[in-house]
Design a protein around this ligand. Structure first.
Ligand code: GMT
Length: 403
């Protein structure tokens, strides 16, 4: 184990995505003895369990609206808060999750705190690069934050390459994949409350997202309408966001409302993976796709889309199927294949679990971050994560079951 450190984690407290990854990493770091200080606009939601977490502290960034200011300056308030917490708590480094504004705030704080040599590790998550950071309003500052971080990581090779394409490759970006708690997300043989949603002969299809356009929830509904014609099934939708109303309307229009449950935001999502037979995840792109990994860890096959970081998580034909974005017929056919062939379903679930445990287990990913922090603090070139592990994971699974 690396020496105990005082680490500031700067993240969004959001439901899903980067906030979840940052929170789970912080919990792991605290579990092995590091002092972890979360700095965020509100308590990260996965810490709101009412439990006591040793070694974890939370610092809220207070908002201030001043008459002359047209809006709240969250990024600047965050920079000031980081300066204050680094000083008060003698933090060794800040790990900023999401480029805008967290990495930018971290670098500003680093400048303010000179000559103290505060180290900044930035993790890029996806939309911070593909949507926000690349927009003209933020591009120069995002590029500056990437250049001036002490180390930059991306959650997939796909995202690293997108970052190089958008911002140039003069700053090295290291790939550290997201992780999963394989104990929390694990296959369960019995589940009493499955019967709340489906009859014994029906299959349960799950989708989980923040209902942003990139998630293409309409494709879930359209695919489900086709799947249902062949396989008696129910659809469970978890999460909430801008496309929810449109999704409801579409479900009504396609006549699948009676078989669809809109469950909103849920804290104990592992319980839903435990009763699901398939995760349907048809995003236009995902830098990674944490929900796909959580499904695999729970032994649930995944049907998702080709061409982004999802290909580094789901092994096409082995732990699920990957189909072209927007190809409803292909998504539905792949789902029907899995749901109507119990052998295929079982082996995809087993291989998904195996892959999640071997490649993405949280203690393995934790070690990669600890090594990175050690290297950054010692001002050494960061060690590359061993590529053989991912390769071994890829070859460990059986021959693709594509037919
Ligand atoms: O997917 C979202 O809309 C949320 C977003 C975020 O930044 O919170 O998620 C991004 O980061 C996650 C954690 O690293 C990744 O698993 C998601 O794939 C990524 N989302 C996209 O790339 C669209």
């Amino acid at each position: 184990m690396s020496a105990q450190k005082r680490i500031g984690i700067v993240c969004y407290a959001t439901y899903g995505g980067s906030g979840v990854v940052a929170t789970e990493l912080g919990r792991e770091l605290a579990r092995v003895g590091h002092k972890v200080h979360f700095i965020s606009n509100q308590m990260p939601f996965r810490l709101e369990t009412g439990e006591f977490y040793e070694n974890i502290y939370f610092h809220e960034v207070a908002g201030m609206v001043y008459d002359a200011m047209p809006a709240r300056s969250y990024g600047l308030e965050m920079a000031s808060k980081i300066v204050q917490i680094v000083d008060d708590e003698k933090l060794d480094l800040i790990h900023a999750h999401y480029a805008v504004p967290h990495a930018i705030s971290g670098i500003i704080a680093k400048q303010v705190l000179r000559p103290r040599n505060l180290k900044i590790v930035t993790t890029l998550h996806g939309t911070d690069i593909t949507l926000v950071g690349s927009a003209p309003a933020y591009y120069p500052l995002t590029q500056w934050a990437i250049q001036n971080s002490d180390a930059v990581t991306a959650v997939s090779t796909w995202l690293r390459d997108e970052t190089y394409r958008t911002f140039g490759d003069s700053k090295k970006v290291m790939v550290i994949h997201n992780s999963v708690d394989t104990k929390r997300f694990s296959p369960r043989s019995t589940c009493d409350y499955r019967c709340n949603f489906a009859k014994p002969e029906e299959r349960i299809i799950l989708h989980l997202s923040n209902f942003r356009p990139v998630k293409r929830v309409a494709d879930v509904i359209r695919s489900f309408a086709l799947i249902r014609k062949k396989v008696p099934s129910k659809l469970l939708l978890i999460g909430d966001g801008p496309e929810r109303e449109k999704t409801l309307e579409l479900a009504r229009e396609l006549g699948v409302m009676d078989a669809t449950y809109f469950l909103g935001k849920q804290a104990m999502i592992e319980n839903y993976f435990a009763i699901a037979d398939l995760l349907l995840f048809p995003s236009s792109y995902e830098s990674f796709g944490v929900a796909a990994l959580e499904a695999m860890s729970s032994g649930v096959p995944v049907v998702a889309t080709l061409g982004s970081g999802l290909s580094e998580v789901v092994m096409d034909g082995v732990t699920g199927y990957l189909r072209p974005v927007g190809d409803i017929e292909a998504l539905a056919a792949a789902s029907i294949d899995i749901l109507s062939d119990s052998k295929l379903h079982e082996s995809m679930g087993t291989d998904g679990r195996k892959r999640a445990t071997c490649c993405f287990e949280s203690t393995r990913i934790l070690k990669l971050y600890e090594d990175l922090y050690d290297d950054v603090l010692a001002e050494r070139e960061p060690r590359e994560p061993d590529p053989c592990v991912a390769h071994l994971c890829a070859t460990e699974s059986k021959t693709p079951k594509n037919r």
